[in-house]
Design a protein around this ligand. Structure first.
Ligand code: ATP
Ligand code: SF4
Ligand code: MG
Length: 348
C-alpha cells in the first residue's frame, strides 16, 4: 500500500493516542545540594496525540531522550500513564490508573527491540523462540502446523531450516533481528512497534533489515510504528511521520509534506542536518544549526518546549504552549495537511 492509497477516514484508524502523558517520579529537585531529598516529576511524554491507520507506517523521530521509547512502551501498557488515552480500534486500552486493559493488544500489537540479541532468550532455540507466541495464543494449532508456520516465516525473513535448532548467540546481530521479526509476526499482528530496530546493526545490514520490514509491511498490509534517529531511514519506510521534542509532538503528518515542506522550526533543523548524497547539492545547502542543548524534561521551558533553541522564537513563545494546528499547501482540511505545534507556523 502506498501513502496515497491509505484511506484517511476514521474507520481506517487502528491506534489512536490522545493527549498522552507519561510522568516518572525521580530523585531530584531538592534544596541545599541534596538532589535526593525530594522527588521530582520527569515529563517523558507530555500530551502527545497521533494515530496509526491500517496498513501504514508511521515514523517516530526526535533526538535522544525526547520520549520515543516511553511513548512506544506506554501504548502497550509498559509505562505509567498520567493522563490521556490509548484507543485500539476505538476501544480504550490504557488509562491513567489501574483501569488498564491491554489484553486485546497482546495478539494484535507486537514489538521489535533495538538490541536483537538481548531481546531473545539465550536458553531457547530459534524454533522455540519464534513458536512461543503461537503456543501461547493459538492453543488450537497442532504441533506440526506450528512447526510449518515457524519454518515458513523463518524462510520469509531470510533464514532456513538449518537455523531452527540453533541458539541466539550463534547468530549475527542482523540474523538475530530477523529472528525477532519472525517472532513478532508469527501471531499475525496488525501493528508492529519497531523501537530503533536497526540502530545497533552495521550500516550495511541496516538497509537489508529496513527493506525486509518494508516488504513485509506491504505484503501483509501491516501497520508499523517505526522509531528511529535516522531521518533518511524513516523517510524510506514511512507514510506519515511524527516529530517529537522534549516529550511533545512538534509536527505530525504525511511524509511528503513533513520532508518536502517542513513547517515546524525543529523539523527544519533536523532535516537540514541530514546530508544530501549529491556533493554539488550538499555544498549549496544552508544548514540550520540547533543551538544549545536539549532542555531537561525535569525542568522544561515555559511555553514552547523548543523555544530555548528555536531560531524563530518571539516573546509570546515563552508564555503560550503551542497547540497543534492543521496546515497544508491545499488548505488545513486537505488530505495531506500536517499538524504543527508552533504559534508561527502560519506566518508567511
Ligand atoms: N523508567 C524510567 N524512569 C525514569 N525516567 C525514565 C524512565 N524511562 C525513561 N525515562 C526518561 O524519560 C525520558 C525519555 O526517555 P526515552 O527512553 O523514552 O527517550 P528516547 O527518545 O527513546 O531516547 P533514545 O533515542 O536515546 O532511545 C528521558 O529523560 C529518560 O531518562
Ligand atoms: S512556538 Fe515559537 S519557539 Fe516554538 S517552534 Fe514556534 S516559533 Fe519556535
Ligand atoms: Mg529510545
Amino acid at each position: 500500500m502506498n501513502a496515497t492509497s491509505i484511506a484517511s477516514d476514521a474507520a481506517s484508524t487502528l491506534l489512536s493516542v490522545d493527549q498522552l502523558k507519561v510522568h516518572f517520579r525521580v530523585p531530584g529537585g531538592g534544596h541545599g545540594g541534596y538532589p535526593w531529598s525530594r522527588k521530582a516529576t520527569l515529563r517523558a511524554v507530555d500530551g502527545v496525540s497521533f494515530s496509526v491507520r491500517r496498513g501504514e507506517t508511521v515514523g517516530l523521530v526526535g533526538e535522544s531522550g525526547c520520549g520515543k521509547s516511553t511513548l512506544a512502551r506506554a501504548i502497550i501498557g509498559l509505562a505509567p500513564v498520567a493522563s490521556g488515552s490509548v484507543r485500539w480500534l476505538g476501544n480504550e486500552t490504557v488509562l491513567p490508573d489501574a483501569r488498564r486493559d491491554t489484553s486485546c493488544l497482546r495478539r494484535d500489537v507486537q514489538m521489535i527491540f533495538q538490541d536483537p540479541l538481548a531481546s531473545l532468550d539465550p536458553r531457547m532455540t530459534i524454533e522455540q523462540i519464534v513458536a512461543e507466541p503461537l503456543l501461547t495464543h493459538r492453543k488450537d494449532l497442532a504441533r506440526a502446523d506450528v512447526q510449518r508456520r515457524v519454518l515458513t516465516l523463518l524462510e520469509r525473513v531470510g533464514l532456513n531450516a538449518q537455523h531452527l535448532r540453533r541458539y541466539p548467540h550463534e547468530f549475527s546481530g542482523g540474523q538475530c533481528q530477523r529472528v525477532g521479526i519472525a517472532r513478532a509476526l508469527i501471531g499475525e499482528p496488525q501493528l508492529v512497534i519497531c523501537d530503533e530496530p536497526v540502530s545497533a546493526l552495521d550500516v550495511s545490514i541496516q538497509a537489508q533489515i529496513v527493506n525486509l520490514l518494508r516488504d513485509l509491511q506491504r505484503e501483509l498490509s501491516l501497520s508499523l510504528l517505526f522509531v528511529a534517529h535516522d531521518l533518511a531511514v524513516v523517510k524510506a519506510i514511512s507514510h506519515r511521520v511524527l516529530v517529537m521534542y522534549l516529550g511533545r509532538a512538534m509536527e505530525f503528518g504525511d511524509k511528503r509534506e513533513v520532508y518536502g515542506t517542513p513547517r515546524h522550526p525543529y523539523t527544519r533543523a533536523l532535516l537540514s542536518a541530514v546530508p544530501v548524497p549529491d556533493p554539488a547539492v550538499e555544498r549549496g545547502r544552508r544548514h540550520l544549526l540547533l543551538r544549545g542543548e536539549i532542555a531537561s524534561p525535569l525542568k522544561p521551558p515555559s511555553g514552547c518546549a523548543f523555544r530555548t533553541r528555536c531560531p524563530d522564537a518571539i516573546d509570546a513563545c515563552a508564555t503560550q504552549i503551542p497547540q497543534p494546528v492543521m496546515h497544508g499547501a491545499n488548505g488545513a482540511n486537505s488530505a495531506n495537511a500536517t499538524r504543527v505545534a508552533c504559534i508561527r507556523a502560519g506566518d508567511g
